[in-house]
Design a protein around this ligand. Structure first.
Ligand SMILES: *Cc1c(COP(=O)(O)O)cnc(C)c1O
Length: 377
């Protein structure tokens, strides 16, 4: 069976975990956490990056810092993971779902303004498959209406929009280092803070409401409980794993891009003949090969294709079931405007295996099997 995902492993992970243990420091904010955040701050040209226990935790922190009040509204796409919406619910907001663009599966920037009311406080954009949303338009709408922008860049680590790294464009960016993402620490994530005004609040929120970070930097002489907080810092053991990945980020990136391009090249004829559709990467974006997906005619054809791939030892899967029609989506929010694409496009989407180290011969076999699905009779 060709798995859908294999957690990335580059070779130095175990050595670094051992090093963390030998240092006698396995709780958070030790040398490996510092190495990871400094590396990312420099690479992505970010003001401040804090490692978190998950991408979900980073989203929670971002939304908690937006200062929402009960009844405030947050705009987001319905085609996303539950975490994107949960963060807004945790912060007390009502959800206002907006339709996506069929070419990128990202929020349709042209529909955002119509969803803004006098209760709207923030927009969460999701860079689906590591392909950038139309950030210039989104940022100018947000600035005009005084809204915060949170980038759910869980899938977008190392991707760019007009030369800027995803996560560094909005007020906050959220990364995930879950084992299914390009760079991993098992469970983990990071919060990108792009407005220096929020750094201190974020540190306090992450450290159980204490000013411990300031204390360790010698900026205050005792540490105490100063505000509401939670525990969002990951263990050094996880950070050590991530450090081995970031050190080899270029290798992982290039390996995935090579696989993605091979898939694309080998399926281009099927695309040109109209059997399938392939992802469109806008000129404004440099993607990170987080995902390789194709779209088939409809739900029935997709069910058939997934079964056929499975029968041929390939674990291909579908993706998000739209949130607005899920039980919690109905409870916490509403869809603004028409659902032209969210449901219909999500039903046509098939994700093929893609992971660090995926072999060329497997991609050849998978693409041949996709073709055989159409030509077998
Ligand atoms: C993976 C993912 C998350 C959640 O990240 P975790 O690290 O698993 O908590 C949130 N949003 C999107 C779009 C994701 O793909």
């Amino acid at each position: 069976m060709i798995p859908f995902n294999v957690p990335p492993f580059t070779g130095n992970e175990i050595r670094y975990i051992e090093e963390a243990i030998q240092q006698g420091k396995i709780s958070g904010d030790g040398i490996f956490t510092r190495r990871c955040s400094t590396w990312m701050e420099e690479k992505f040209d970010a003001c401040r990056i804090l490692l978190t226990t998950s991408g979900t935790a980073a989203l929670d922190m971002a939304l908690l810092m937006c200062g929402l009040k009960p009844g405030d509204e947050v705009i987001l796409p319905s085609y996303t993971f539950s975490s994107t919406a949960n963060a807004a619910v945790l912060a007390g907001a009502r959800l206002v779902f907006v339709d996506i663009r069929p070419d990128t599966m990202n929020i349709d920037e042209g529909l955002i303004e119509a969803a803004i009311t006098d209760k709207t406080k923030a927009i969460i954009v999701v860079h689906y498959a590591g392909v950038a949303c139309e950030m210039d338009t989104i940022m100018s709408i947000a600035r005009m209406h005084g809204l915060k922008v949170i980038e759910d860049a869980a899938q977008g680590v190392m991707s760019q929009y007009k030369g800027r790294y995803l996560g560094t464009i909005g007020d906050f960016g959220c990364y995930s280092f879950h084992e299914t993402k390009n760079y991993s620490m098992g469970e983990g994530g990071a919060l990108v803070i792009n407005d220096p005004e929020y750094i201190e609040r974020a540190e306090i929120l992450r450290e159980k409401g204490t000013n411990r970070s300031k204390f360790f930097r010698g900026q205050v002489d005792k540490y105490t409980w100063v505000d509401f907080g939670d525990s969002y810092l990951p263990s050094e053991l996880n950070a050590a794993y991530l450090w081995a990945q970031l050190e080899n980020a270029k290798g992982i990136y290039e390996d995935r891009m090579q696989s993605w391009k091979l898939y694309y090249d080998r399926l281009t004829d099927m695309y040109e003949q109209g059997y399938i559709e392939l992802a469109q990467i806008p000129d404004t974006c440099i993607q990170n090969a987080h995902m390789f997906y194709l779209k088939v005619k409809d739900l029935k054809e997709r069910t058939g294709m997934l079964a056929y791939l499975n029968k041929n030892d390939i674990l291909a899967v579908f993706h998000y079931v739209p949130l607005h029609s899920a039980p919690a989506g109905l409870k916490f929010g509403r869809f603004n405007g028409d659902d032209r694409y969210t449901t219909s496009e999500s039903e046509r989407l098939v994700r093929l295996p893609l992971y660090y180290g995926l072999e060329t011969k497997n991609i050849e076999y998978i693409t041949d099997t996709v073709k055989r699905f159409y030509f077998r009779r």
